[in-house]
Design a protein around this ligand. Structure first.
Ligand code: UDP
Length: 454
């Protein structure tokens, strides 16, 4: 009790998937820059590289996860497997840490972990980081109501949810697999437990998602802090990427005119069918714009597709650059990039907003569909590809977004305005900057047995 020290010591638990590791490591840097001591407590599976973060302490636990097995699973099976393998070793490791001199004052966990359970066993306050948007959180938290209202399980994907405009049933953050009820139950539990934490941290910024924030704040006693966009608080190139970045594409971009290149990436999990691959390649071929295309290993499964891509790369080498993994934030910030064709994961969406780039949205599953709806129908900084990827649509959309004088111009303008709003929130006195100060005061005031307010 009452062991005091110069700075508060936080233990951060990143959930070991790319879209979760990145914002947690960005948050860690932000909190460190505001005076907290940081320990990253992580699984061996998809472990972040301590060499990229010399200011943090790292503690890891063996999880027994077989990476090859997990690589062949759908996203929710990956999530269930990680939870099943990680939660107990995480508790054991934290108990060991707490019995030593480097005890922590507060836990900051990804919301997919049962941080409340860990914190409860250790008698520590517990703060949650949500790595997707407040709006997605609201929709996950509405699953029970949507069942009661008859929208779920899905019968009519086109139906407008009049209680939750502007969403249609097909925009809901659902992952279709053979265990849909388990998915609904899991996400409902994640929302319920997050609402019971000591504070909720959101990677978003003021003025972007007010209805969702009102929804969240009316359901929790915990303060909700909008700290984002976290990607723009982070200056180093690599916040903890699981893949090797190919930085040669930055030099390639240097050779192209401002706003002329289309950048294509579907993130760290989504995949593409052979037919979609051919349509996209044909659309890129036809639109005549230079393109930078990330083909993540495993995102294209068939051998024939791999051979097709080799031929395509050869035929388009004057105009195209294909890499396995790009330094995405730097790519998006590059003046040559005119459009981002994206699966609309939340990190990618925020990165595009911060770079002021218009988006061509092609969501695959889950919260990507929510983000797409927000981008195309609320914020106006992007255009929807539609569910079926067709070469003609790719060609026309890219041309419109790069140089269109009507819809394209409006979207480009919205993207620039949104960028301004996002970056303003991070300036001294801006809402996200101020929220970090408030969070610091809140954590200091929490009733930790180890914590004396400093
Ligand atoms: N990313 C990257 N290089 C790539 C593709 C993606 O660094 O070639 C990063 C991207 O910047 C983002 C993350 O991977 O931070 C993907 O997260 P997101 O939430 O967009 O999607 P997910 O991978 O979770 O589906």
């Amino acid at each position: 009790m009452g062991r005091s020290r110069a700075s508060l010591h936080l233990a951060l638990f990143p959930f070991p998937l790319q879209g979760h590791i990145t914002p947690m490591m960005q948050l860690a840097s932000l909190l460190h820059s505001r005076g907290f001591s940081i320990t990253i407590v992580h699984a061996h599976f998809n472990a972040p590289d301590p060499r990229n973060h010399p200011h943090f302490r790292f503690e890891s636990f063996a999880d027994g996860i077989d990476p090859d097995l997990v690589a062949g699973m759908g996203i929710m099976d990956q999530v269930y497997t990680i939870i099943a393998h990680c939660e107990q070793p995480l508790v054991s490791l934290m108990k060991r840490i707490q019995s030593g001199d480097e005890f922590v004052d507060c836990i900051v966990s990804d919301s997919l972990y049962s941080g409340g359970r860990v914190a409860g066993e250790l008698g520590l306050p517990w703060v949650v980081l949500r790595t997707n948007s407040p709006t997605s959180f609201m929709l996950f938290g509405s699953f029970v109501l949507l069942h009661q209202l008859g929208y779920l399980p899905v019968k009519d994907p086109e139906a407008m949810i009049k209680e939750l405009p502007p969403f249609r049933v097909k925009d809901l953050p659902i992952v279709e697999d053979n265990q849909t009820e388990r998915f609904f139950k899991t996400m409902t539990e994640v929302v319920d437990s997050t609402l019971k934490s000591s504070a909720i941290l959101m990677n978003s910024f003021d003025k972007l998602e007010q209805p969702a924030l009102d929804w969240i704040r009316s359901r929790t006693q915990a303060p909700v802090y909008l700290l984002g966009p976290l990607c723009a608080t982070y200056s180093a190139a690599n916040p903890g990427t699981m893949f090797q970045q190919d930085r040669s594409c930055l030099t390639w971009l240097d050779r192209h005119a401002h706003g002329s290149v289309i950048y294509i990436s579907i993130g760290s999990v989504a995949t593409m069918s052979p037919a979609e691959l051919v349509e996209l390649a044909q659309g890129l071929g036809d639109c005549q714009h230079p393109f930078l295309w990330v083909i993540r290993p495993g995102s294209v499964k068939s051998e024939e597709s791999v051979r097709f891509l080799d031929r395509f790369a050869d035929e388009t080498k004057d105009r195209g650059c294909m890499v396995k993994w790009a330094p995405q934030t730097e790519v998006l910030a590059h003046p040559a990039v005119g459009v981002f064709m994206s699966h609309c994961g939340w990190n990618s969406t925020l990165e595009s907003i911060c770079a002021g780039k218009p988006m061509l949205c092609w969501p695959a599953f889950g919260d990507q569909k929510v983000n797409t709806r927000m981008i195309c129908h609320v914020w106006g900084n992007g255009m929807e590809m539609g569910e079926k990827l067709e070469s003609e649509k790719v060609k026309n959309s890219v041309r419109e977004l790069i140089m269109g004088e009507k819809e394209g111009k409006k979207i480009r303008e919205k993207a620039r305005l949104l960028q301004e709003l996002a970056l303003d929130s991070l300036k001294v006195g801006g809402s996200s900057h101020t929220a970090v100060n408030e969070l610091k005061a809140h954590i200091s005031s929490l009733n930790s047995p180890n914590c004396e307010s400093n």
